[in-house]
Design a protein around this ligand. Structure first.
Ligand code: ADE
Ligand code: ZN
Length: 349
């Protein structure tokens, strides 16, 4: 394809995907902290950072694996201090998601990354929830909030956070419990009691698995923690029996292509396993994970795989459908969004 034709085709794919009603199911709010906001908040809150400019911050975003990213990610979130900071962070993300054609998002936050610095969990949670409510009203984007537990910390620390979050769990404004941070060496079984308690409390359950950890972590996340959805799940492909089980049970996997590329899980987007996962019958979705750090929001992730893997409309629509079906929305709302996909396709998508 010559350059002009290539540009035109990129534009068409982007416009086509933009119009389809999508959800985003794997997004860390702290990972949407853009360098400009990071710099601004560091100055406002008088937090020392080892960067003098936005360019220096961007230059530091070169990662070799998950751990090298997490070091920078935890350092970055230190500039978030007051309720209004969490509001602004969340609102900025919602505007980007809405501009990408997302109709619904299920977002993660890491309270332990803030309470350990003395920021009250109420400032964090209320700031985020206020923005989610305004996003619903002002942007028409619906949302659910998922509290993530840091798996490199002891389970007891996670339990303490779970208890601190009780007021928002009780009133339903925290909808789910997730598990993130360093996967290797922190197997799912470490959080067995906490996930059982969260299930008892009526929370939806999700957990990162198979991002860097082996296929057995994906199996144990399903069997031991009893999750409703797996975040990433890429390495499940190493176990064909597990793949069949995930496919038969219709377990949604929240795959994050640009994240996998930037954290060196894949060396080239053309080798990304997403197409193989789809072809194996897995319920794969596309998500941005930590868009500020990985160079792209929701639509950028769709376009990246569409082009690199030469996905046709059939696969792209399947990914968007999976994102609606794999969400924690109520059945009739899912049906309404699925109906909108059909209408977009009928009216010249
Ligand atoms: N926290 C933020 N992003 C993460 C990722 N990609 N994996 C594990 N923990 C995370
Ligand atoms: Zn993640």
């Amino acid at each position: 394809m010559n350059e002009t034709a290539e540009r035109r085709s990129t534009k068409n794919v982007r416009a086509f995907l933009r119009d389809l009603p999508k959800t985003e199911l794997h997004l860390h709010l702290e990972g949407s902290l853009e360098p400009e906001m990071l710099m601004h908040l560091a100055r406002k809150n008088r937090v020392d950072i080892p960067f003098r400019s936005v360019e220096e911050i961007r230059a530091a975003y070169r990662f070799t694996e998950l751990r090298s990213f997490l070091d920078i990610y935890y350092q970055g979130m230190n500039v978030l201090c007051g309720e209004e900071d969490f509001y602004d962070l969340t609102m900025a993300y919602l505007k980007r998601a809405a501009a990408d054609g997302a109709v619904h998002v299920e977002v993660f936050y890491d309270p332990q990354g803030h309470t350990a610095r003395g920021v009250p969990i109420a400032a964090v949670t209320d700031g985020i929830l206020a923005a989610l409510a305004d996003g619903r009203e002002q942007l028409g984007i619906t949302s659910l909030l998922i509290l993530c537990i840091l798996r490199h910390l002891p389970e007891d620390d996670g339990f303490a956070t779970f208890r601190q979050a009780e007021p928002w769990i009780a009133d339903g404004r925290i909808a789910g419990l997730g598990l993130d941070s360093t996967e290797k060496g922190n197997p799912p079984g470490k959080f067995l009691r906490l996930f059982a308690a969260a299930r008892e409390a009526g929370l939806k359950l999700v957990a990162h698995a198979g991002e860097e950890g082996p296929a057995v972590y994906v199996a144990d996340t399903l069997d031991v923690l009893g999750v409703d959805r797996i975040d990433h799940g890429n390495r499940a492909l190493e176990d064909p029996a597990l793949v069949r089980r995930l496919a038969e049970r219709g377990i949604t996997l929240t795959v994050c292509p640009l994240s996998n590329l930037r954290l060196c899980g894949v060396t080239d987007m053309r080798h990304h396993p997403l197409k193989r996962m789809l072809d194996a019958g897995l319920k794969v979705t596309v998500n941005s994970d930590d868009p500020s750090y990985f160079g792209g929001y929701l639509l950028d992730n769709y376009v990246a795989v569409a082009e690199a893997l030469e996905l046709g409309r059939h696969d792209l629509v399947a990914l968007v459908r999976n994102s609606i079906e794999g969400s924690f929305l109520e059945g009739p709302v899912k049906q309404a969004h699925l109906g909108r996909i059909e209408r977009v396709l009928e009216t010249g998508g």
